[in-house]
Design a protein around this ligand. Structure first.
Ligand SMILES: *[C@@H]1O[C@H](CO)[C@@H](O)[C@H](O)[C@H]1NC(C)=O
Length: 421
């Protein structure tokens, strides 16, 4: 009798407890859903100013964005950083020498203006960049603190503003053409209120916000961040924004180890020091498949850092040049098979091999017909229906050797290029 009473009391208590906890979690989730909706609605409803960055593309041009203004030529100062400050120019040079394109075949971006930058950055932060010591902290080049700010603006910040304008432009071109590549950009440690890890302007956030504010068809974005470092900049910017899905595969034991930003990652894979090709590519493939099953974005920003390269002093992973080329191929194959516009930015990786690997990867994408110049190029052209064998290029097989040996030896190509100069 008493036992029964106790039991029924306990039962009632449990029911009340669980009911109240359901109610509480419901209230919480309603509240957080509301906050998220309000936040993304506020961001999406912001009207875009009359920007000059959206340069039109000619039908004869590749949706590849680059200008010589990207390169940092700071009378030897670039040697103070483990850094190939001319990597962007070298990528373009190699693509030109390969015969793929010429100056007239690519789109020249404009420099992001203060008004453009203010779409994401605070005025306070931009003002702060007029202090050389602040720029030194963000770029991690300490002697920069001793350089007068007007010189820094010209030799360092201006190239980075051009690259930022390039990412914003390339994202729009990706929507028009199905894909686009900015040969620079990918400053994934910068966010609206601050920079870090050599990233001054939040080009990825800007590109997404610009698109959402200017094109009603773009409401959801995905960021695929495969740089060796955590992309804490865009993660902080989109922390409470359910319209942006972030996938991040990175080495969690190196900079920036940003726990607050980590909460924004929807799909994560951690890589330990010295992760090699097979394991790395398996992680990339699996996370992208899962992400694309969970979320259907209108645009994908692919942050294709090459600092995962074996021997990179910062990334600490052991992925080979072939592995990087394969990685980019996997990303483009999976994304283009779903017909989702993709914009690639080159991000981190500044050893002397980097430029050669990026150029070879772009050439490989072209060779595999994952990118093409034709306007309106869609997945139907990549995987045409059966019976159209002649133009059919089979989907990529598992870890296939590249047919062109030269392409896989960027180091050799680089040496040749250097001795040619
Ligand atoms: C400006 O820079 C200083 C020094 O690095 C930093 O302490 C401060 O938080 C920065 N303020 C803004 C708004 O970025």
């Amino acid at each position: 009798m008493t036992l029964l009473k106790i039991r029924s009391t306990l039962f009632r208590f449990a029911v009340i407890l669980s009911a109240s906890s359901i109610e509480k979690s419901d209230r919480l989730s309603v509240k957080s859903t509301f906050t998220v909706m309000a936040a993304s609605a506020a961001a999406a409803s912001r009207k875009l100013h009359a920007t000059e960055l959206y340069v039109p593309i000619k039908p004869t041009q590749w949706p590849i964005v680059y200008t010589n203004q990207y390169n940092i030529n700071a009378f030897g100062m670039q040697n103070l950083h483990p850094f190939d400050a001319g990597k962007w120019g070298r990528v373009f040079q190699m693509l030109k020498e390969s015969g793929m394109l010429s100056e007239a075949d690519i789109v020249t971006p404009k420099e992001a203006s203060s008004q453009d930058l203010l779409f994401v950055h605070t005025q306070k932060y931009l003002d702060n960049l007029t202090w050389s010591s602040v720029v030194a902290r963000i770029t991690e080049v300490l002697p920069v603190a001793l350089v007068p700010n007007f010189i820094l603006q010209r030799i360092l910040l201006k190239p980075l503003r051009y690259q930022t304008g390039g990412t914003i432009l390339a994202a729009k071109l990706a929507v028009e053409r199905g894909w686009a590549i900015n040969i620079g950009g990918g400053f994934h440690h910068a966010h609206g209120e601050d920079g870090g890890g050599f990233c001054v302007y939040a080009d990825i956030t800007l590109a997404i916000r610009f698109l959402m504010a200017s094109n009603p068809k773009i409401q959801k974005a995905m960021i695929i961040d495969l740089d060796a470092h955590q992309g804490n900049g865009h993660e902080r910017d989109f922390l409470d924004d359910e319209s942006v899905y972030i996938l991040d595969v990175y080495n969690g034991a190196i900079y920036p180890r940003d726990l607050k930003a980590k909460a924004a990652i929807k799909k994560r894979a951690n890589c330990l020091h010295h992760t090699k090709d097979e394991e790395y590519l398996e992680k990339v493939k699996r996370t992208i498949e899962e992400a694309l099953n969970e979320f259907k974005p209108d645009i994908i920003v692919y942050n294709a850092g090459t600092d995962i390269l074996l021997g990179d002093p910062l990334g600490r992973l052991d992925v080979t040049a072939e592995g990087i080329i394969k990685r980019d191929e996997i990303v483009f194959t999976k994304v283009r098979a779903k017909n989702i516009p993709i914009v690639m930015v080159t991000s981190g990786g500044y050893t002397m091999q980097t430029a050669g690997i990026i150029a070879n990867s772009i050439l490989n994408l072209k060779e595999k017909n994952l990118i093409s110049k034709e306007s309106g190029h869609s997945i139907k052209d990549i995987f045409p229906p059966e019976g159209n064998e002649e133009s059919y290029i089979p989907p990529i097989k598992e870890v296939d050797a590249h047919p062109d040996k030269e392409l896989l030896e960027p180091e050799k190509t680089m040496k040749k290029k250097q001795s040619e100069l």
